[in-house]
Ligand binder design. Structure first.
Ligand code: PEP
Ligand code: MG
Length: 470
């Protein structure tokens, strides 16, 4: 609790209070007294409790089940004499996969890396790791079970188990040359991104949390192109109310100091479930109730967010963006709700403004016919989802990672089409998917006609340097 703040702190406080409640442990203690092994008794007692929470009609109690899972597993780890995950800072996290919340709860201040047997380069954890510059290698497959040291090279996507002296030297040399390259790119950080031809490219940033802004100087970018608001909604934590959300959004907007700050409305569902909001047991969550589909179904949640956004809009240059739009009606209904929230706030005498409302272009049904969506104030191409839906290959499955390729001609053709339509219709177009952060895709994106990219903050200088070479 000393290391974290905000909701992460509240969650730990709640867990501590639960652990201190004798009633929670009582059934386990009596089972142990009757001869049951401690770990069996504890798991049995907690599973009973968890089932009760999960069956509750109340969203709040259902959401608490995640905390109980966490408490159950941590105590089991202690009973088994294992260290808590994330206890050692600066270490390599090795496993099948890691949840976005687990990434956020890990202290990365002393460095560290992630090595996953499964996982994918376009998962949300990969995105968070890229933003923080944490080396991460995925899709390793089965690894030897007894590894004491793991060397991770995020640039080449390789790992070495128990490296010998020669291999260590190789990794050290790679780290040094990486550091030298990064240092030489630094001269570009605060310059506008300009091609050799003189064409100016806007470089905005993707962010997930407020704490990230502490590490970023607004002078290095042209604004925030994507703030993923769903990361304020932690799985298992209570839903933030209007006031909490308003304060969070206001901080992003004032950080921008007049530069555009684009906050995306909740994109939960898919690989970002939130207990109590997303449906359980969907056969194919990426094709299910996700993004604007979910928020339109949960009017109460959507309104709270839109009211908070309209209030934050008075503090700077806020734009609001709707994810996963598939048909024009979703944009129209979102716009109508936003208008209604503004009217309601005005009638209540609460300061607010109507921010421009744009859409993510990440469903092929939009990218194929962007002209049906001219009511949008702007388009932001979500190449992560666009790629998975166009290539029919999941963004979080290492086995189809080679197919999930944003430079597939079909994906590039759609990006080109959206950029062209935007130019003709006078609608600004940007791209905020992960491909924008990869220098190897730059030439194709600029060729497609894009002049605005929203990227991982850790990549600003590198991309500006690469643009200067094009
Ligand atoms: C995208 O799909 O490209 C995108 C930016 O949104 P997310 O990665 O949050 O789904
Ligand atoms: Mg998306």
């Amino acid at each position: 609790m000393e290391r974290v703040e905000g909701e992460a702190r509240d969650i730990l406080g709640f867990q501590l209070a639960m652990l201190e409640d004798d009633a929670l442990a009582a059934p386990a203690i009596s089972a142990i007294a009757g001869g049951t092994a401690a770990h069996v008794a504890w798991a049995g007692a907690l599973d009973g409790e968890i089932a009760g929470y999960e069956a509750s009609d109340d969203d709040y109690f259902r959401a608490r089940a995640a905390d109980l899972h966490d408490i159950r597993d941590r105590v089991l780890r202690h009973l088994a004499g294992e260290e808590d995950a994330g206890a050692t800072t600066g270490s390599v996290l090795l496993g099948d996969d890691i949840a976005p919340t687990a990434f956020l709860e890990t202290d990365w201040s002393a460095g560290g890396a992630i090595a996953l047997q499964q996982g994918s380069t376009t998962s949300h954890v990969a995105m968070l790791a890229r933003a923080r510059g944490i080396p991460m290698v995925v899709g390793l497959g089965e690894l030897p079970s007894a590894i004491t040291t793991l060397a991770v090279d995020g640039s080449s996507g390789t790992v070495q188990a128990d490296p010998d002296a020669e291999q260590r030297k190789h990794f050290d040399a790679a780290r040094e040359s990486h550091a030298r390259a990064r240092a030489s790119e630094e001269q570009f950080r605060f310059r506008p991104a300009t091609r050799r031809t003189g064409t100016r490219i806007d470089i905005l940033i993707n962010v997930a949390g407020i704490a990230e802004l502490d590490h970023i100087d607004p002078a290095a970018c042209d604004g925030i192109g994507l703030m993923r608001s769903e990361f304020l909604f932690r799985d298992g934590a209570p839903l933030p109310d209007e006031e909490t959300q308003y304060r969070a959004y206001r901080r992003f907007v004032t950080w921008g100091a007049g530069k555009p700050v684009t906050i995306r409305t909740l994109d939960i569902g898919g690989d970002k479930p939130v207990r109590g909001l997303t449906p359980d047991g969907e056969a194919n969550p990426f094709l299910g109730l996700r993004g604007v589909r979910l928020t339109l179904a949960r009017d109460d949640v959507f309104r709270t967010q839109l009211r908070a956004l309209a209030r934050a809009a008075v503090h700077g240059n806020l734009k609001v963006m709707v994810p996963m739009v598939t048909v024009p009606d979703e944009l129209a209904r979102s716009a109508a709700l936003l208008d209604a929230c503004v009217a309601e706030l005005t009638a209540q005498g609460i300061a607010c403004a109507r921010p421009p409302l744009g859409i993510m272009v990440e469903v092929p049904a939009v990218a194929v016919v962007p002209e049906l969506f001219d009511a949008a104030a702007f388009f932001s191409i979500g190449s992560n989802d666009l790629t998975q839906y166009v290539t029919a290959s999941s963004r979080d499955d290492a086995r189809v990672a080679a197919l999930n390729d944003p430079s597939h001609p079909a994906v590039l053709a759609l990006i080109t089409k959206v950029a062209k339509h935007g130019r003709e219709a006078g609608i600004p177009v940007s791209l905020c998917g992960d491909m924008a952060s990869e220098p190897r895709h730059l030439a194709a994106l600029l060729e497609a006609g894009l002049t605005s990219l929203s990227v991982a903050p850790a990549r600003i200088a590198r991309l500006k340097a690469a643009i200067a070479e094009l």
